[in-house]
Design a protein around this ligand. Structure first.
Ligand SMILES: [Zn+2]
Ligand SMILES: [Zn+2]
Length: 248
């Protein structure tokens, strides 16, 4: 417990390299090395190598050919070392205290603060009741709460978008199988649907792999009359290849 507090409760040790003393949860060297400023596709958040960093909404070839159901999509970092390990600790080893650091990385990513400010609701990607009971918390909700902190915390709503179907871990599946899996996974809370009509929402999740879950949730929200659906994740896998650990 003391060890945990020392590492994460006080901003004195870098969460990645453990250098001490450190004024922030992530030291400057790790910030520069592991949070590179990277132009990403505005539709799917995949890196756009060679693209100029600007506020412009550049899209990759795939998103230009077949636009995804997201109006905007942001990722702070690649799903790779050290973030894959930190996320595993955050999700599977009961270290929800990492939410503050991970949330701040998301907020510092280009375009995210504006997207958060412009959204009526921040919607964490929901877990099935079984998964929630297993883990004890929804990591996406913790991240969404961090994002909502600066503005109006009540904009973070875990009650509007429901996961009505548990899906098997997506790790080893093809993209087509993932999309088929999550097609009916989400639903809008019917009693609250009127709060979504005409609104602008931002989905929040920890990892984006194929995008199948986010796209499925976005389609459900659009059917409910949502005017604008964006998504922000901490980490994006660099391709549709299976991720080394189980997102979800
Ligand atoms: Zn460090
Ligand atoms: Zn794209």
């Amino acid at each position: 417990m003391l060890h945990h507090l020392l590492r994460f409760g006080l901003p004195s040790i870098c969460a990645v390299c453990h250098s001490w003393p450190c004024a922030q949860p992530l030291c400057t060297a790790c910030q520069q090395r592991f949070v590179p400023v990277q132009p990403r596709c505005a539709g799917c958040a995949l890196p756009l190598p060679g693209a100029a960093l600007a506020g412009s909404a550049l899209r990759c070839g795939a998103c230009l050919t077949q636009p995804p159901p997201l109006d905007a999509c942001f990722a702070a970092v690649d799903y790779a070392y050290p973030w894959s390990g930190l996320l595993a600790r955050f999700k599977f080893q009961s270290e929800p205290g990492l939410a503050a650091l991970l949330g701040s990385l998301m907020l510092r990513s280009p375009g995210v603060a504006q997207a958060v400010g412009g959204a009526d609701w921040l919607l964490p990607m929901s877990l099935s009741p079984q998964r929630l009971a297993q883990r004890g918390y929804n990591q996406a909700l913790l991240l969404a709460q961090q994002l909502a902190r600066q503005g109006a915390p009540q904009r973070c709503r875990a009650d509007l978008l429901l996961r009505v179907q548990d899906t098997p871990p997506q790790t080893q599946q093809s993209r087509a199988a993932r999309i088929a899996n999550v097609r009916h996974a989400f639903a809008v809370q019917p009693l609250l649907a009127s709060q979504l009509a005409g609104r602008s929402v931002l989905l929040v999740d920890d990892v984006m792999t194929s995008g199948a879950s986010l796209y499925s949730a976005a389609a459900v929200l659009r059917q409910a009359g949502v005017a604008r659906v964006g998504a922000v994740v901490l980490a994006r896998t660099n391709s549709f290849a299976p991720a080394p650990e189980t997102p979800g």
